[in-house]
Ligand binder design. Sequence first.
Ligand code: ZN
Length: 342
Amino acid sequence: MDQHPILPLDFFDGRSARPQPVQAWVEPGTLRLRNAEGQILSYPLRRVRWPERQRHGQRQAQLPDGAVLSAVDARAWDDWARASGIDDSMTVRWMQSWRLVTAALLLLMLSLAAAWRWGIPWSAGAIVTLLPAQAERQIGSQAMQSFDTRWFKPSTLAPARQQAIAADFAALLSAGGQPTPAYQLHFRSAGKELGPNALALPGGHIVLTDALAELLVDQPDALAGVLAHELGHVQQRHGLRMVVQASLLASMAGLVVGDFSAVLVGIPTVLGQQAYSRDFEREADAYARELLRAGARSPTAMLIFFERIEGYKKEHSPPTLPIALASHPAHEERKRFFGAAP
Ligand SMILES: [Zn+2]
């Protein structure tokens, strides 16, 4: 037995908090401990959870019966472990169990992310179909009022120009021959933060800024395309869905924190701070392209809009209201989507 290095260690049997002094040594495949009474305990080496060497301070090994071996002198432990042939490869089992824990945590985080990514949008979609139209109208006019206070001034466009834009858009819609959702077109002047822009709010409110009407003054089809995109948001009730999603998230947070009061008060804030998702934008683009085609106008007119907005953004600070059309980048994907159309 002399050939095996022996280390005095504290042994905790897992029932009593009092350590028992033991002598520990390693024989091939087996860890042996001798206690003060001379009894010898044996453990298969591979079932012992050895501490990783980089851990500082006290060394502790976990034994398969729940007992723990402990050494205050880390250096003496490390020397003994090395001399006994317990190398880093034997700590792998220990690390593997950590990998399992990490994998489980990762899985949990992924399912939470999935709930956030798909579960909440799905629930929001379901809730929106149950909400009475009256509720959406109220939310919409509340949001419109709040936006008027925060972002807009009355339009300075000539009434005749406003009427021409509205009439051209109505003509596009009726040319398609399909039923379209109810909407209200609002002309507004906006500060530099919004620039040439358009947006849709719950309840069918569509806002067009004077600057955008001027930017596309010679491009009625592009202007109609922009309004058709916003009508797509109306048709899919994206504004309401965004509000409901945010409320669901807030009430989930409320479940944790126990405060629901902020949920409903925050509706205009949600609409003022969040952007429509890429999915929502794709749906609105698809709706716009459909309307333009049905109305015998070329969807490529939208490329002129993208081009001019990009030109505007190069010379001015980009718009800051995330929900608004010109605030999101004109992705190559969107250009291809409209550009590929005949
Ligand atoms: Zn949009």
